[in-house]
Design a protein around this ligand. Structure first.
Ligand code: ADP
Ligand code: MG
Length: 227
C-alpha cells in the first residue's frame, strides 16, 4: 500500500488493485478547539471522531448508491477506520460544493447585510476551490469554465447531483428531528467514461445540523443518526 496523500482528516493510500483506501483520523476541522465545518485547518482532536465519521459516511453512501447516484464507495472496514473507494480524477486541484438550506457560516459572514442568521435559502448551491493557502475562494460557473476546471455541462450535473444527494441527507436527518442547515460535498470523475460521482466523506464534520434551533456537534450528530 502506498501513501499518496496526507489530508487534514484522512490519509489516502493506493492499493495494489488500483483502488484507494481512505483512513479516517481523529482530527476535526476548526480553530482553537472549536469545530467549524468550513475551516481548512485542524482545530481539535476528538477520540473516536474518525470511526464515527466513517460509520456515518457508510450510512449515507449506502443510501446514495441505492438511489442510483454514482459514488466512489466500495466498502468500509469500521474496525480499522478504513474505507475502500474507486479512484477519482478531481476538478482542477479539487473543488468543494456547498449546499445551503439556511444562512449560516461563511454565507452569513459574506452577505450579512442582506440576510439574517438562519434565514431559509432553499437549496442554494455554491462552489469553492480547495486551496488552503487562498482560503478556499468561491468561484463562479463562468470562471470554472474559463480556467478549464470544468465544463458548463459538468457544472450543471454537479448542481443536480448536489441537490439530489442533499435531499437524501436532509430527509434522513429529519427522521431524527434534526434539520440540515448546510453541507459540503466533493465530486470527481470516475472510471473510463469520466462520469461524475460523489467522493470523499459525508460525516458530521461536513455539515451543520440543528436540533430545536441549536447546532449539534459532529460526534453527537453521529450518535443520534446511528442509534
Ligand atoms: N475517490 C477519491 N479519489 C481521489 N481523491 C479522493 C477520493 N476521495 C477523496 N479524495 C481526496 O482525498 C483527500 C481526503 O483527505 P482529507 O483529509 O479530507 O483531505 P483535505 O485536507 O484535502 O480535505 C481529499 O483531498 C479528497 O479530495
Ligand atoms: Mg477533507
Amino acid at each position: 500500500m502506498e501513501l499518496i496523500y496526507t489530508g487534514k482528516t484522512k490519509d489516502v493510500y493506493r492499493q495494489p488493485d488500483g483502488s484507494y483506501l481512505l483512513r479516517f483520523k481523529d482530527d476535526v476541522t476548526g480553530t482553537d478547539g472549536v469545530f467549524d465545518p468550513g475551516a481548512n485547518t485542524v482545530g481539535l482532536q476528538i477520540e473516536g471522531a474518525g470511526r464515527a465519521g466513517l460509520r456515518l459516511t457508510q450510512f449515507f453512501y449506502e443510501k446514495i448508491n441505492q438511489a442510483g447516484i454514482p459514488t466512489h464507495f466500495i466498502s468500509a472496514n469500521i474496525e480499522n477506520n478504513e474505507m475502500t473507494v474507486h479512484p477519482a480524477r478531481v476538478f482542477g486541484h479539487g473543488v468543494e460544493v456547498i449546499l445551503r438550506y439556511r444562512a449560516v457560516g461563511s454565507f452569513r459572514r459574506r452577505y450579512g447585510a442582506y440576510c439574517s442568521e438562519g434565514q431559509p435559502l432553499d437549496g442554494y448551491v455554491e462552489v469553492t476551490l480547495k486551496d488552503d493557502d487562498r482560503h478556499d475562494p468561491l468561484i463562479t460557473e463562468s470562471a470554472l469554465e474559463m480556467l478549464g476546471i470544468m465544463t458548463r455541462r459538468e457544472y450543471a450535473q454537479l448542481e443536480d447531483l448536489t441537490r439530489r444527494i442533499g435531499e437524501i441527507v436532509r430527509d434522513e436527518l429529519a427522521r431524527k428531528q434534526l434539520e440540515l442547515y448546510d453541507i459540503k460535498f466533493e465530486f470527481g470523475r470516475l472510471g473510463n467514461d469520466g462520469r461524475i460521482g460523489l467522493i470523499d466523506e459525508i460525516s458530521g464534520g461536513n455539515m451543520r445540523a440543528y436540533r430545536h434551533g441549536s447546532a449539534v456537534a459532529p460526534l453527537e450528530l453521529e450518535q443520534i443518526m446511528l442509534s
